[in-house]
Design a protein around this ligand. Structure first.
Ligand SMILES: NC(=O)c1ccc[n+]([C@@H]2O[C@H](COP(=O)([O-])OP(=O)(O)OC[C@H]3O[C@@H](n4cnc5c(N)ncnc54)[C@H](O)[C@@H]3O)[C@@H](O)[C@H]2O)c1
Length: 336
């Protein structure tokens, strides 16, 4: 049994450095093909995050078993975790209606959950109806309206605006999809159209639809989710990199145009985040090989809740005086 109490909330680095926990977690990660180098960015993540990261490959029971094995067969009572803990600012969004896309999973879900627990009325949008319903059910006390729809379709945009009602205080454009890491000469029309459609056109259409309410109110806050791939060429494939650079342009143009109307438009550029965002079934070999050494230099992976902290800061009135900012939330990747 480990001398230290290792729990699902303990950082992976603490597990790896522990006499008992090290071989347990090291063995599991090695079996998934991880090496000392690929593990480095994972060290600060709580062990629990492996479930989200594994995209369904690693069931919760495996994490529970590891915790039991490190603690003489028992799961210890929760104690204060040693890493970062989300702190709710009560009432920060009280009286506000906030639209969040991609709300059924990952960063969007963490953002919607935080806004709802901070008193906001959330219009939660996602193409995945089941996961969206599951999210709403997870916060029964909260004021959450769900819209199961596709942001690339005008009917869904109209539904979202109707569900929001007259007042829309803020919008977080979080829904997005990955590309297949293909370099430009390999990028298919289908990949280009789909990635640009969701990541750029969807955010454009929904922002266009909510702006009239914000202009009428003389206030509003929009936060777009860019990416490290919106800041550099070495983080993803051609279509995704282009789409996230376009999100930066969408943000800066709107910030400039609507600043005089009291509307702030900012973006968060996440680095690596443990969400399990899916990749297309076939990923380009040439693109992956070219990107791999640069991706393995990522200093750390964040949790979806850590991204929600950056996003809700810009969404809320705490972001006063910030307009047109592209905020890297990446543990310092962008200074490398
Ligand atoms: N995870 C990362 O490492 C990372 C890094 C940088 C940027 N991002 C960006 O963060 C955002 C959220 O990513 P995530 O990691 O939480 O992914 P995720 O896959 O966990 O969540 C994205 C959600 O968007 C929804 N969605 C996809 N297409 C949609 C559409 N057309 N209409 C409505 N909903 C749609 C999906 O159903 C899903 O629930 C994306 O814009 C992504 O590009 C993620």
């Amino acid at each position: 049994m480990s001398a230290k109490k290792l729990t699902a909330a303990s950082p992976i680095g603490e597990w790896l450095d522990d006499e008992v926990g090290g071989p347990l977690v090291g063995g599991l990660l090695a079996a998934s093909g991880a090496t000392a180098e690929t593990l480095a960015p994972l060290r600060a993540l709580p062990l629990q995050q492996l479930v989200a990261l594994s995209q369904g490959q690693l069931p919760q029971s495996v994490v529970d078993d590891l915790v039991r094995q490190a603690n003489g067969g028992e799961i210890p009572d929760d104690e204060a975790p040693s890493g970062w803990v989300e702190k709710i600012t009560a009432g920060r969004f009280a009286g506000q209606t906030v639209v969040v896309t991609g709300a059924a999973s990952g960063i969007g879900r963490a953002t919607a959950a935080r806004v709802a627990r901070e008193g906001g009325r959330v219009v939660a949008v996602d193409v995945s109806a089941d996961k969206l319903a599951e999210f709403a059910a997870s916060l029964p006390e909260a004021d959450i309206v769900t819209v199961a729809g596709d942001i690339t379709r005008q009917e869904s945009i109209d539904e979202i605006v109707a569900a929001a009602g007259e007042r829309i205080d803020a919008l977080a454009n979080v829904a997005g999809i990955n590309d297949d890491f293909s370099p430009l000469h390999e990028t298919t029309d289908a990949m280009w159209d789909r990635v640009m459609g969701v990541n750029v056109t969807g955010a454009f259409k929904l922002t266009r639809a909510v702006l009239p309410a914000m202009i009428a109110a003389g206030r509003g806050s929009v936060v777009n989710i860019a990416s490290e791939a919106g800041l550099r060429g070495s983080a993803s494939g051609n279509a995704y990199t282009t789409s996230k650079h376009a999100v930066v342009g969408l943000t800066r143009s709107a910030a400039f145009m609507y600043g005089p109307h009291g509307i702030r438009v900012n973006a968060v550029a996440p680095g690596g985040v443990a969400t399990g965002i899916p990749f297309p079934p076939h990923v380009s070999e040439a693109g992956s090989a070219r990107l791999q050494p640069f991706q393995s230099a990522i200093p750390t992976l964040a949790t979806a809740e850590q991204l929600a902290a950056s996003i809700t800061f810009l969404l809320s009135d705490d972001g006063v005086n910030l307009n047109g900012v592209i905020l890297p939330s990446d543990g310092g990747w962008s200074v490398q």
